[in-house]
Design a protein around this ligand. Sequence first.
Ligand code: HEC
Ligand code: HEC
Length: 430
Amino acid sequence: MLIIVMVACAAAGIMALNLISSELAGRAGMSRSGRVLLSAGLGMGVIAVSLKVFIVGYLMEKTKDLHPELHGIQASPAPQLYSRHLESTFTGKWHALPAAAPTPGGQPLRPELVALGQRLFNEKGLSTTGDVACSSCHKLEAGGGDDARVSTGIDGLRGNRNTPTFLDAAFLSRLFWDGRAGSLEDQAGGPLTNPVEMGMPSLDAVEDTVRALPGYAGDFAKSFGEPQAITTDNILHAIASYERTAVSPDTAYDRFVRGDTTALSPKQIRGMALFAGLGCRTCHLDPTFSAAGKIRPAGVFKPFPIFSDNPYVRRYDLASDRGAADAESKGAGLWRVPSLRNVAQTAPYFHNGSVATLEEAIRIMVVTQLRKSVVATTGNEQPAILWDAGRQTLTPYRPRVVSADDVEALAAFLNSLSVDASNTALSRSP
Ligand code: HEC
Ligand code: HEC
């Protein structure tokens, strides 16, 4: 490509030169030495332009190679270009989460189907050992996840990934840490047949099991309006329908964005300004604070850890599981940017659940994703932060290094995206 452009430039240059020296210069009655001078001057110009094209092209190729696995999927920019990219995206309107999650084809959720789904979600009979339900790992009283590093399924077996919350999952276009499922229906089949979760040999076996469990035939017939309604698709659709109603109640953040300026404390507002100013918002985009939000999607997958030359990566083993990155590629793993809704209740953190506190998770993000320094001292800068309630914009705050106060403020802000753990009622204000 580059070569073709250069050759074309050179050819055009030579043709123009010829034209000028034979036609124009002749007509203008230029002397022989004048013609030579003109041609030489123009020639240098052509060479300089070609050189520039070459250098710019070379640099573009070079920066592309930093994250080869990202080609074609909305690559996050190469580090050199990062700060410029961030400038253009961290400002702008903040959004509250809508009252209801999107449904397939915008169809309303029928209450009897949701009730059936909820029953299946809590049904231990769907595991081979009869003691593990979806709700064994996804507990409402634990923010929709569990408190363990990795989850425990049938026979005490452990998986290798942390349990994410199922609350508000219906707002996401890709599910699982590595984004391998594209819908809630698609996702629900995974745990049922996962050998360390619910252990069913196949989805057909799940179907047979539901048929054999008492009381389901009638509920299925009623929900789907036909007598033989216990099918795999219907089972998964019922579970997914329940999950679409598992929307967490309004958070302080949502109330603030909708106009209640007392909903966030000054510290939380400072955290919000930092969240924007540092660039967290390029990946964790409101209102889901994921990049995989169905509303305002932002590229779903991002590399993690982008900068691995720091002690965190080894201490918490953050780089050995590479998520959705293809096995042959080099460099960082590739992960769906998770939602930060209810994050204060879903410790421990990251795909392997290796990090116990929210503050430490924040420090890791600052260092591995943004290459900013975190210092243990408190900062005494008091930035002027302005919330424009009409436009729903906030002045971003971008300190040179991230202080202990800043980490605390970020954590306070993330707390405002979480509902109180004691609040297990599901529904938000319209
Ligand atoms: C043994 C514990 C366990 C059980 C049982 C379980 N899950 Fe999960 N769930 C997990 C783990 C661990 C993940 C993340 C796995 C991964 O990303 O590889 C997950 C992921 C999910 C997600 C994706 C959330 C997101 O943000 O990506 C949803 C939704 C979900 N589970 C729903 C269910 C449903 C529905 C059931 C029952 C059919 C179920 N789970 C059973 C542990 C469990
Ligand atoms: C370049 C994209 C990117 C940026 C910028 C970014 N994150 Fe993340 N964040 C991710 C990804 C990807 C993960 C999932 C990592 C994993 O566990 O595999 C994540 C995970 C997290 C988690 C853990 C979530 C959980 O449930 O375990 C928190 C908390 C978090 N980010 C907060 C922040 C904060 C605060 C900032 C700004 C200081 C930030 N992130 C900046 C991409 C980003």
